[in-house]
Design a protein around this ligand. Structure first.
Ligand SMILES: Cc1ncc(COP(=O)(O)O)c(C=O)c1O
Length: 461
């Protein structure tokens, strides 16, 4: 693990190069790196992250991206395509998440840069609407302990208090009575995940919706991970509760096109039940000498390329395409969960579908992970309790991958039994480390965090 992973093969640019390099040479260098990095996940052994994995699809999206990448979505007079892409992406997402059920207001949305961006815009909208209607004071939101850190980050940025509601350790769903107890006059929204990242479980949405209506607060549904796959699972007959606009208390939903929408990284949708809520966070500065300024979201200039590629992914797949991929993903997840369930020492947490976690009351689960890691598997490590997280994506639906998981897991369970009492190498770190979660990885994260504290990234000598 290094700040300079390619320093041995390529020069590190410590300064702006005096003269430029040829595009051919640059492309050859980067092609090699990209091919090598693709090798990490192409075999289907990496959890989440590469939701699509189809290089032909990526090439198509990249082509579309290139047609519009240089255009700025702020300049709608010369890029009317942005208005089309944005409007149709939002309309299609509303269709998937049953915006037609909203009859008391006009549902709408925003395109953002990712799940965190969508959650940030929702939290900002609740705060701004509350300020406009209740006055400028400190507000709070209530999130399940399992909700993504992006909620805490948003509240940190926008000066909103976060109240954490516990989850039932058996079901991993939020305790609705605890949410009810935490609501007060300053609560602007409660949160539920469909599904949460950690366990892949869906919070009790009908109950949260009823509570939101009864207490007059917003309900944000975090569908960043599940928003573009759970609707197809519902249609396929999987046991997935309602979580969308068919529930009257749902006032906003985040759904990431850059995950199971199979778009390029850097795109997501946040939907709102009413324009009043969405528009509350619009920014206007009519008096500026540079001209009247207004923007619909935190970003200023945005590339039309990502919108075009997102739109293209959606219309290329259509309902039929998304449904077929979901069918394969759900059935692969079923096979993997059956493999886990065949080991009495392992326990799946809650009642998840395409994304799941498993732990053990008898074995050190990180020893299981250590062994899986040596066989090329890359799961995310979790804590409280220690568990292994797996989000099934299209690369896992390739022939033989679920079978390999089954065989490797059996050996990993045996390894954990044989090495009981030995310290595991794996640990619990969200997201970012190729090859697994090792103490070395934790050290690396600590190093980055220390550097961030110093507000600089050191350059090598
Ligand atoms: C449930 C959930 N919400 C929010 C996010 C944040 O999304 P992003 O990483 O795109 O900002 C994630 C990311 O995995 C997620 O799983």
């Amino acid at each position: 693990m290094s700040y300079y992973p390619y320093a041995e093969r390529f020069p590190v640019n410590r300064r702006m190069p005096e003269s430029g390099r040829s595009p051919e040479e640059i492309a050859a260098e980067l092609r090699g790196i990209a091919d090598e990095e693709n090798g990490y996940w192409e075999g289907g052994q990496v959890s989440g992250s590469m939701y699509c994995g189809d290089h032909e699809h990526y090439a198509f999206l990249t082509d579309v991206f290139g047609m519009f990448a240089h255009e700025n979505a702020l300049q709608r007079d010369i890029v009317p395509s942005a208005t089309r892409f944005e409007g149709e992406i939002i309309a299609m997402t509303l269709d998937m998440l049953h915006g037609e059920a909203v009859t008391d207001s006009e549902p709408c949305g925003l395109i953002t840069s990712g799940g965190t961006g969508s959650i940030m815009h929702a939290m900002l909208a609740y705060r701004e609407l509350a300020r406009q209607t209740k006055g400028d004071r400190r507000f709070n939101v209530i999130k399940p302990e399992t909700a993504h850190p992006a909620f805490s980050k948003s509240c940190h940025l926008f000066d909103i208090d976060v109240r954490i509601a516990p989850v039932d350790p058996e079901t991993t769903q939020v305790d609705v009575a605890a949410v009810a107890d935490l609501i007060d006059d300053d609560t602007i929204a409660i949160i539920g995940s469909a599904c949460n990242y950690g366990y892949g479980t869906v919070d009790p949405m009908p109950e949260l919706s009823a509570l939101a209506v009864e207490r007059g607060v917003g309900l944000h549904v975090d569908g960043c991970l599940g928003g573009f796959i759970l609707p197809w699972g519902q249609e396929l007959g999987y046991d997935i509760p309602l979580f969308d606009f068919r529930l009257p208390g749902v006032t906003s939903i985040s759904a990431d096109t850059h995950k199971y929408g199979y778009a390029l990284k850097g795109s997501s949708v946040v939907l709102f039940r009413s324009k009043e809520l969405r528009n509350s966070q619009y920014f206007f500065m009519p008096e500026w000498t540079g001209g009247k300024y207004c923007s619909p979201s935190v970003d200023g200039s945005r590339s039309v390329g990502l919108m075009a590629a997102t739109w293209a992914s959606m219309v290329k797949n259509g309902r039929g395409g998304y449904m077929n991929y979901a069918r394969e993903i759900f059935s692969t997840a079923d096979k993997m969960k059956a493999a886990i369930a065949s080991h009495p020492e392992l326990r799946i947490m809650g009642n998840p579908t395409f994304c799941f976690s498993f732990t053990s009351d008898e074995l050190d689960i990180y020893l299981v992970n250590d062994s899986m890691k040596t066989k090329g598997w890359r799961f995310n490590g979790q804590q409280y309790p220690d568990s292994i997280h797996m989000a099934v994506t299209r690369p896992q639906t390739q022939p033989g991958v679920a079978e390999r998981f089954t065989d490797d897991l059996a050996e990993a369970v045996q390894y954990a039994k044989d090495h009981a009492g030995q310290a595991a190498e794996s640990g619990a770190v969200y997201g970012s480390v190729p090859g697994g979660f090792t103490s070395e990885a934790e050290e690396f994260i600590n190093m980055i965090m220390a550097d961030m504290m110093d507000h600089h990234m050191a350059l090598p000598d």
